[in-house]
Design a protein around this ligand. Structure first.
Ligand SMILES: Nc1nc2c(ncn2[C@@H]2O[C@H](COP(=O)(O)OP(=O)(O)OP(=O)(O)O)[C@@H](O)[C@H]2O)c(=O)[nH]1
Ligand SMILES: [Mg+2]
Length: 245
């Protein structure tokens, strides 16, 4: 079984798309690879109708589980709630705004089948034509610079995107981690900790698209700060042997 964990914060328009653009696309792919799946939707204290719409969908889709935080706690906190709830062997995490397209779950599963790696992580930066999202030059510069520093600090790393949410994990690998991030830097924390533990992490090129509905929740300045903290912890761990829980 595979748990597909989707964190949501004020994504009511995107939830409306799921019966047409998510379930009918993903379910047959999962089946083709011989698995069943559950969708763990984590509503993170949305103030719009995200939660009501998810619960409505849950009535007709028995494999949709809706969890909710009373107050907004952040992307990291939402993913961790999803992980705790999962009883599956594999976990796939994905954006609620479908900017990584649901059909590309096939790339994750195909790579997993061929490699049996602990984590398959998507990146729009591996191939030029995959960055179809028109990011501001500032956001692109920040992202590429931050990723460069991770490559320098992490052992044997060729990772081009530490922040991608679109990933497949073996549950056992996730269970071996103590996670602390409550924000967007959770994805960088997970991939760094897996690599520092010597787990196998494979990055695959996957196109990233422009958000069609709703607003971006990313605060670039806050993210720079959060990533500097993660980088500092990796540095201390690697060169001064200071524990990073
Ligand atoms: N649970 C939870 N999810 C969040 C929170 N903030 C963002 N998300 C979700 O995390 C994912 C990524 O957030 P986005 O706002 O799309 O950030 P982004 O992908 O960097 O930016 P754009 O796609 O350009 O808007 C989406 O699925 C959001 O709904 C939060 O505070 N809690
Ligand atoms: Mg997005």
């Amino acid at each position: 079984m595979i748990s597909i964990v989707i964190p949501l914060y004020n994504e009511e328009e995107n939830v409306e798309l799921y019966p047409e653009r998510l379930f009918p696309v993903v379910d047959p792919i999962i089946k083709k690879f011989g698995y069943s799946c559950e969708y763990i939707m984590v509503d993170d204290g949305s103030t719009d109708s995200t939660q009501q719409r998810l619960r409505e969908i849950g009535k007709t889709h028995p494999n949709v589980i809706v969890l909710s935080h009373e107050k907004n706690q952040g992307l990291g906190a939402a993913l961790r709630t999803g992980f705790v709830h999962s009883k599956a062997d594999l976990v796939i995490t994905m954006d609620s705004d479908l900017t990584y397209q649901p059909q590309d779950i096939e790339i994750l599963l195909d790579t997993f089948q061929k490699t049996n790696a602990d984590c398959i992580s998507a990146s729009p930066y591996r191939e030029r034509e995959h960055s179809t999202r028109i990011d501001s030059q500032f956001r692109l510069f920040v992202s590429k610079s931050v990723n460069f520093f991770y490559r320098v600090l992490l052992p044997k790393s060729d990772i081009t995107c530490v922040s991608a949410i679109f990933r497949l994990y073996k549950s056992k690998a996730l269970e071996g981690l103590t996670l602390e991030s409550t924000d967007f830097n959770i994805n960088a924390e997970i991939i760094s900790k897996l690599m520092l533990q010597g787990k196998s992490v494979i990055e695959v090129g996957v196109p990233l698209h422009e958000r069609e509905y709703g607003e971006s929740k990313l605060n670039v300045r806050k993210e720079i700060w959060n990533n500097l903290i993660v980088l500092w912890k990796i540095f201390k761990f690697r060169f001064f042997n200071i524990r990073w829980e």
